[in-house]
Design a protein. Sequence first.
Length: 269
Amino acid sequence: MTSVGPFSARVVAVFIAALVAWLVARSVQRRQADGQRGSAASLVLDALWIGLLGARATYVLRWWPEYAAAPMSIVSIGDGGFDWWAGLPAALAFVWWKSRRAPELRRPMLAGIAVGMVTWGVAQGALDAFDRAAPPLPDLPLATLNADTVALRSHIGKPLVVNLWATWCPPCRREMPVFAQAQAEHPDVTFLLINQGEDAQAVRTFLDRQGLQFSHVLLDASSQVMRAMGARALPTTLFFDAEGRMVESHMGEITAARLADIVKHRLNP
């Protein structure tokens, strides 16, 4: 799994790109008067925040029913829900507006934004390649709630969403209804919840108390799936195509909108 501490690597990539953009804008402007050196760099950061706000707002509007059902998820930017094609014009419009009376700022600002966007694009491509190079669904025997043994790869044949979770994990508990709803809305996708390190009684008690029903719940007493897939934290959600190849991963709590987006655009059931 790609992560830096509690943050998804895709979110960290945005902040790295912002830092690069700031440094480039500052560097390009160095030949100007000393008193103006910080102007373009600071305005680039303002433009990037405007762009991020526009990208997030557009994404939220595209998936409004999911966000409206859980309004607090709108500010959960860790889900990675941004539409760059909306954010970039917003950032460029801000650059034009702020530089209309100071054209000398335009070149360093545009240079910073351009290099920042390239940095972000390269990072996203590298992360996509990392996911594609990840090991396939492991061939591991796991237990059902009824103490039967099931081979994990027996679920190959349909697009598969694997959620690694535990009952003691607050974000895991919060996202359970999201998976229950997605299971009902996407019958062509298998949603497989693999509990890490707990027994059947603890899992069954939790699901009963929450009124949750899932078609596929497995127990991984020794967390062997986490080790096999390189997952470092709970919850972690893995997305596999019908051949068992991982096409996307998400560390941390996932929102209904982000889950629906990945299922629709990456699994293509």
